[in-house]
Design a protein around this ligand. Structure first.
Ligand code: BES
Ligand code: MN
Ligand code: ZN
Length: 502
């Protein structure tokens, strides 16, 4: 999707659909004059409240405009970026549903709107671009006619272009914002595609390949450790989870280095379980298919590293992706098995479905090799996190208050919200093992916290570390009227955080 900025007279903006964003306050203030100047019937204003995301297609009276159709787009109070994201996502979604391809949005008041939203012009333009791309996303590549490239593929449902119409004073800032927004949105889209690909299309090797392709395209280094390497490194966690699989594991190392001296070294770790059946501790069949999304952490980390490279951030970023599926088999690990992780710490595997922490254990230990200033892991780690925080918010853990606060703030700003949970010592009681150094499950209660406490064992106490449990927000379950599937949660959050450290 092409995104551009224009200062053309609003009447001359050519598009299949031109959206006029209006806040509740605009309805009385700005809207009547705007309607008159465009030749629109004021009657429509009676049926429009201006709620964020509200969309009203207008018919008749559009004689003065070059645009084919005009729609009103509610921005609510217009007092936050979240409202603008919601509005632009709604615009993108409606445009796709209507099968229009080229859309425009009237951002003539973007300078004042940015002030109301407590944001810069560039920031608001980026949010509009991101929101629109996210809202228009559809995963249709596995529909027949798309699969076979020899047959003429069905026309893509995606939008072809988005045009932001601004006054000339805002043009440069808007252009800058749109460029950034486009990068973040395209990395988010790649992450969503990867999450949506089912287990028969995406195995560990495919994740590694995707990382390599991204690295090649955007000029950062990707090294893939294959099964033999993983064995000689004795990554016992990753190997144990992979034991029942037909497909070999991979461990991808993505490394982006800036031109000058980096301001910091950041390690990002993403859980890459391509399908989580639970293993011998097999999951119930209902909704098991959603466990194709158990590599969402990996997808978001790849997206964030790619975005950092494309934005040329002055940080040295290391992305670490342990990947495998988790399958039952005669060769699979058994409940009760004791394994030795890369760190040397032994683990009693009480439940083979608590596999994410086993592969993350190896990756977190390996991360410390790079002497990072900060380690952050993203993982669809516990169902309990969905119970605690729902489908929109991620769980946050950190051994450093300042880091936790920075991630929280980045969440508020990016709209990818996180909420901190405690790492109190008392929870260690639940993951004690009689036979090994630690147990991989913590019994009833506080499942999200005991999983985080488990990961903490693999962090050198002096290292700043944060764990983000994205089990809820990474995958939208099927619900009427909404697009289900991968969300790319974490890309925008991480990019916002990395930008703050730049
Ligand atoms: N991948 C799951 C967690 C999950 C569940 C993510 C639902 C998204 C939606 C993870 O590997 C898992 O199975 N966790 C177990 C842990 C338990 C066995 C201690 C869980 O949450 O039940
Ligand atoms: Mn599991
Ligand atoms: Zn899992």
């Amino acid at each position: 999707m092409k995104i551009a900025v224009t200062t053309l007279d609003l009447l001359k903006v050519g598009a299949d659909l031109l959206a006029l964003p209006l806040s509740t306050a605009d309805l009385k203030k700005r809207a009547p004059a705007l309607f008159d100047s465009l030749g629109l019937d004021r009657q429509a204003l009676k049926d429009f409240k201006g709620d964020a995301g509200e969309f009203l297609l207008l018919y008749g009276g559009t004689v003065k405009c070059a645009a084919e159709r005009i729609a009103l787009l509610g921005t609510g109070e217009g007092s936050s970026l979240d409202e603008w994201r919601k509005a632009s996502a709604s615009l993108g979604a409606r445009a796709v549903d209507m099968k229009v391809r080229n859309i425009a949005i009237d951002c003539s008041t973007i300078e004042a709107d940015a002030v109301s939203a407590k944001e810069s012009v560039a920031g608001l333009a980026a949010a509009i671009a991101e929101g629109c791309m996210a809202g228009s996303y559809r995963f249709d590549r596995l529909k027949s006619g798309k699969l076979d490239k020899k047959k003429s593929p069905k026309k893509s449902q995606e939008l072809a272009s988005l045009l932001l119409r601004v006054e000339s004073a805002a043009c440069d800032a808007a252009k800058h914002g749109v460029l950034e927004g486009e990068i973040v949105a395209s990395c988010q889209k790649a992450a969503r595609d990867m999450v949506n690909l089912p287990g028969n299309y995406l195995q560990a090797e495919d994740i590694a390949k995707a990382a390599q392709e991204s690295g090649k395209k955007y000029g950062y280094n990707v090294t893939v450790l294959h099964k033999k390497d993983i064995e000689s490194l004795r990554m016992g966690g990753l190997l144990a989870v992979n034991q029942g699989s037909f497909h070999p594991p991979t461990f991808s190392v993505l490394e982006y280095k800036p031109k000058g001296k980096p301001k910091a070294v950041i390690a990002l770790v993403g859980k890459g379980v391509t399908f989580d059946s639970g293993g011998i501790s097999i999951k119930p069949s209902e909704n098991m298919g959603e466990m194709k999304s158990d590599m969402a952490g990996a997808a978001s980390v790849i997206g964030a590293v790619e975005a950092a490279a494309r934005l040329a951030l002055p940080l040295h970023i290391v992305g670490l992706i342990p990947a495998t599926d988790n399958m039952p088999d005669a060769t699979a690990q058994r409940p009760g098995d004791v394994i030795t992780t890369y760190s040397g710490i032994t683990v009693e595997v009480g439940n083979t479905d608590a596999e994410g922490r086993l592969i993350l254990a190896d990756a977190l230990s390996y991360a410390q090799k790079y002497k990072p200033d900060v380690i952050i892991d993203l993982a669809t780690l516990t169902g309990a996190c969905i119970v605690a925080l729902g489908y929109s918010v991620a769980g946050l853990f950190s051994n450093d208050d300042k880091l936790a606060d920075e991630i929280f703030q980045a969440g508020e700003h990016s709209g990818e919200k996180v909420w901190r949970l405690p790492l109190w010592e008392l929870y260690n009681e639940q993951i004690k093992s009689d036979v090994a150094d630690v147990h991989n499950t913590g019994g009833r209660g506080a499942g999200t916290i005991t999983a985080a406490k488990f990961l903490e064992k693999f962090i050198d106490g002096h290292k700043k570390w944060a764990h983000i449990d994205i089990a809820g927000p990474s995958f939208a379950p099927k619900s009427a009227g909404k697009v289900s599937g991968g969300t790319g949660f974490g890309v925008s959050l991480l990019v916002e955080l990395l930008k703050r450290w730049s």
